[in-house]
Design a protein around this ligand. Structure first.
Ligand code: SF4
Ligand code: SF4
Length: 368
């Protein structure tokens, strides 16, 4: 099987070097100049972090990519789409306020910050999915589809809904409008497990009024849209997806991601640092599970995610971190599957490969 090149850089630097300088060398090695960026509107698709989250990627990573795009004559902007769940990022006004509070703005990024799916997350384009997809189209933020080129900047970490959040999730959930996110999330309602104690904490995480306490346990009612937000609120891991919903979510994410990469020239960049079990959509994403790994870049999002997931899964648990607790329930799961045993991250990569978004076979090339 033909392998894709994935470029990797550790975070180690000499005193006269820096991580941003290394990131610049990494994206050059990965072929950023082949995107032909001169006069091209270039979306740098990242995630600003929910308010209260402190483990999202710092603006310095986006700023480095912005400088590289400008050096090649491109017209960069940094962007993300609105969220489905309540919080600060569900509309463009408070989303930009949240981005500013987390350090993302014209000054820190070196370019405008734009919300890609409009004021209320409804400005979308229905983009046909590739052959082999079950979904007929993907609902993608219009600004991303108006861009000439997309450079994804993803944070490699766990995810309570999908077990792994990397490039494919940034392309899929991250590029989808609110309705698109609903399509991917609405495959199943969360299931309440026997050890629920009825504390009601999860009710605070539901913007739909879909959770109630009945007879001392949480109950999911018909208003549930399957967004999965409540899963991260439970301090006892007593609410989660079902296996079927997990597989459905993985396949839909693959179909959305494959749609975006088929529609636009792309380059993908990821940083596997602060590798928390929860994603950047939550303040309560917990402490890192494993040591920092480093930076990745590739033209192939599937190969990059496979390389990054493999590297995360090779790490030992950080002492006192959350992985020991997660492993207590699922001792045989890898570091990422332990986060959400009902939702297998590898299914997303497998289906993305089937749809032609890339290959899971990779050749890792270290950049110094
Ligand atoms: S699911 Fe978790 S947060 Fe919700 S009531 Fe049960 S124990 Fe409390
Ligand atoms: S109960 Fe349903 S709608 Fe409410 S947060 Fe959980 S998954 Fe989302």
């Amino acid at each position: 099987m033909e392998r894709s090149d994935v470029f990797f850089a550790s975070l180690r630097v000499a005193p006269d070097d820096s991580v941003p300088a290394k990131l610049a060398r990494l994206v050059r090695a990965a072929g950023i100049e082949r995107l032909g960026l001169d006069q091209k509107m270039t979306a740098i698709k990242t995630h600003f972090g929910e308010f209260g989250n402190v483990t999202h990627l710092k603006p310095a990573y986006a700023r480095t990519l912005v400088a590289e795009v400008r050096a090649l004559g491109g017209i960069p902007f940094v962007t993300d789409c609105n969220t489905l769940y309540p919080g600060m990022r569900w509309n463009a006004v408070s989303h930009l306020e949240c981005a500013a509070l987390n350090g993302f703005g014209q000054l820190s990024c070196g370019c405008p910050v734009i919300i890609a799916d409009g004021l209320r997350g409804e400005d979308e384009v229905a983009v046909p999915t590739p052959p082999g997809a079950a979904l007929g189209h993907a609902l993608i933020g219009r600004t991303l589809m108006d861009a000439d080129v997309i450079i994804t900047l993803a944070h490699g970490k766990g995810c309570k809904a999908s077990s792994f959040g990397g490039v494919l999730k940034n392309l899929a959930m991250g590029c989808a409008s609110r309705a698109g996110k609903m399509v991917m999330h609405s495959s199943g309602r969360p299931a309440v497990k026997d050890h629920c104690v009825g504390c009601g904490v999860c009710l605070e995480g539901c913007g739909q009024g879909a959770l109630e306490i009945r007879e001392g346990k949480a109950h999911v009612n018909d208003r549930c849209v399957g967004c999965g937000h409540c899963v991260s609120y439970c301090p006892r891991a007593a609410i989660g997806g079902s296996g079927t919903a997990g597989a459905d979510l993985q396949r839909k994410m693959a179909e959305y991601a494959a749609t975006v990469v088929a529609a636009k020239p792309c380059l993908h960049v990821a940083a596997a640092i602060d590798i928390t079990p929860g994603c950047d959509c939550f303040a309560g994403c917990d402490a890192p599970m494993v040591p920092n790994v480093g930076l990745f870049a590739s033209a192939d999002p599937v190969a990059l995610d496979q390389a990054m997931a493999d590297a995360i899964c090779r790490q030992d648990a950080l002492p006192g971190g959350p992985l020991d607790d997660l492993r207590a329930a699922t001792p045989d799961a890898d570091n990422l599957r332990a986060v959400s045993p009902d939702s297998d991250w590898a299914l997303c990569l497998q289906h993305a490969e089937e749809l032609g978004a890339g290959t899971r076979a990779y050749h890792l090339i270290e950049v110094r």
